[in-house]
Ligand binder design. Sequence first.
Ligand code: PLP
Length: 234
Amino acid sequence: MSETAAQSSAPLRARAEIDLAALRANVRTLRALAPGAALMAVVKSDAYGHGAVPCARAAVEAGAEWLGTATPEEALALRAAGIDGVRIMCWLWTPGGPWREAVEASLDVSVSGMWALREVVDAARAVGKTARVQLKGDTGLGRNGCQPGADWAELVAEALRAEGDGVIRITGLWSHFACADEPGHPSIAAQLSTFREMLAYAEQAGVRPEVRHIANSPATLTLPEAHFDLVRTA
Ligand SMILES: *Cc1c(COP(=O)(O)O)cnc(C)c1O
C-alpha cells in the first residue's frame, strides 16, 4: 500500500514543481514587461487551485514585491504560514470582516466606501496600530469601488482625516479594468481616463500613495500606460 502511495505521489510532486518553476518564470517575464512598476502576484482562490502558500513563496522568490488575495481570510492564511516581509493586499470585504486581524497582520486593506473606512478606523484604534488602507475607485467596472465625484470626495476627505490622526496610512489608490483582455475595447481608455481623474483629485487633496494601480494581467501585457506603480498579475 505504501508503495502505491509513493508511486502515485511522485508524479504529483513533479507536476507541482514544474508548476512552481513555470510560475517563477512567468513572474520574471511579467516584471521585465513592467520595469517601472512593482509586481503583485494574485494568489486568490488558493492560487486558482494551485496552492496559495507554495505559489506565493515562489512568486516572492521570483521578485514579486506584493501578494494579493480577494478575501482577508486568504491573506491572513498567508501570514499564518509565515509569509512575512512582503506586502499582502486583500480587497473582498464585507461588513463585520476581520479588520482587527488584518491590521495586526500588517495587511493592506482595500476600502471602497465609507462603511469600510469606518470599520478599519475602529479596528486600528482598537488594536493601537496604524492601518494600511488602499482606496478603490470604480472607474467603470461597476462593482466594488467608490464612485467618482461626491462619493470619492467624501471618502478621500475622511481617509485624510484619519491619516492626519495617525490611525491609517493611505498606502494606495487603485481600480480594476472590466475588459482589459479585449485590447482596444472602448471601456479601457474610458476607465484609464476616469482613473487619472480620481488620482488627480485625491493627490490634489493631499493623498501621497505609495502605489497607484489598475493593471491586471492583460493590461500588464498590452497597456504600458496603465502600469503606474504596481501591476497585479495572476
Ligand atoms: C483576479 C484579480 C487580478 C488578476 O487576475 P487577472 O486575470 O489578471 O485579471 C488582478 N486584480 C484583481 C483585483 C483581481 O481580482
